[in-house]
Design a protein around this ligand. Sequence first.
Ligand code: UD1
Length: 428
Amino acid sequence: MDRLAVEGGAPLFGKVRVSGAKNAALPLMAASILADGPLDLTNVPSLGDLKTMARLLTLMGGAVRASFRGDEGAGPEECLIDMRGLSVPEARHELVKTMRASALVLGPLLARHGRAVVSLPGGCAIGVRPIDMHLKALKEMGADFDISGGDIIARAPAGGLRGAAVNFPTVTVTGTENVMMAAALARGETVISNAAREPEVVDTGRALCAMGARIEGLGTGEIAVHGVPSLSGARYAVMSDRIEAGTLMAAVALAGGKVTLQGAPLASMAAVRDKFGEAGLYMSYEGDDLYLESPGGRLEAVNLVTMPHPGFPTDMQAQFMAAMCLASGVSIVTETIFENRFMHVAELRRLGADITLEGRSAVVKGVRHLSGAPLTASDLRASAGLLLAALAARGRSVVSRVYHLDRGYDRLDRKLNLLGARITREKE
Ligand code: UD1
């Protein structure tokens, strides 16, 4: 297991390219199950969760060929997936427990193969995270489920899944993707109400359309999918990662400096840009380059409430809170998506942050200095928040259990070091 030792206090300067989006690449890899030919994905980031998804598809009998670039900026990584040889429509517990997004194979397997065995995801650090809404929607499309030995045993009806009116009681990102993928090959029309509008859902829908699917309403709360008899392979470039771009933005806010993010998905990160702008981070744009400059003095404290897109993403909450720890004034950060997504608070306090929890809100009183400490990462975005706070802290911090970070970021420590950070990867 690796840990990261950080010497705080170095400002960041230079240019760095934003990688492809994890949360778009995951459903796109699952969508390969639907295709009658190979799916060729480009701009695929090199990170743990995608390797897990590749392994899952391989264990099913698919052929996955990935070429991950060795060096920064050496061009997009490519992943060629051919699922025509799929013979084992199963996602077993060993993989599902390390990555909840494994549930994304359920809809495609039911639509294309009529059956699936997918281990029920357990709890995770940030909350209970059930998939009941995925199952209810697929049931409305005619699927039938049994639970046995911790697995969901799923079957489609004899003539295949059929279109249905699916109304999600709350917005679910992977739930919307699962149903959209299943509906692409179902008989008739599926209308998804209260659909997720996240850019990664739109990207998944666009890729499905490139494969021959008929989908309307992407990016709105109502998505209509007209089922087609088959989907072909395609070549598709995954969108850039708005959360990685936002994380690097938070890094500049904390560590200080002047950085250009190349290939930032500007249109999809308005809420994050607005909040950092309000706090005093300077930004300008040229094409899809985003230039960032920290203010001379401290950031201003601003309040934040996480919301489904186009609101402020929960996946940026920990990183933003880290930035607020050193801001001038008091910031109230409210988490509305997950019930337990404040695991980073106790660790930020170890650096000297002044944070109190009041139900779903964290009250962050900005302090003038943080000082280095040993830190333990608890989940993916919390690890990013801790790493960024360590960049701004005086002295040395050590962030352990960084496998959480490696699951979801494409060599974040390396990118930060290219910009001048002093992070060393060590064995625990
Ligand atoms: C996705 C993202 C994750 C992000 C989250 C919210 C991927 C791979 N992951 O996760 O990074 O933090 O969206 O933007 O894209 N819920 C239920 N029942 C369900 C489904 C969800 O109760 O069947 C609840 C969840 O526990 C949570 C809320 O609904 O409280 C929203 O979760 P959801 O949008 O489904 O998150 P994920 O798709 O798992």
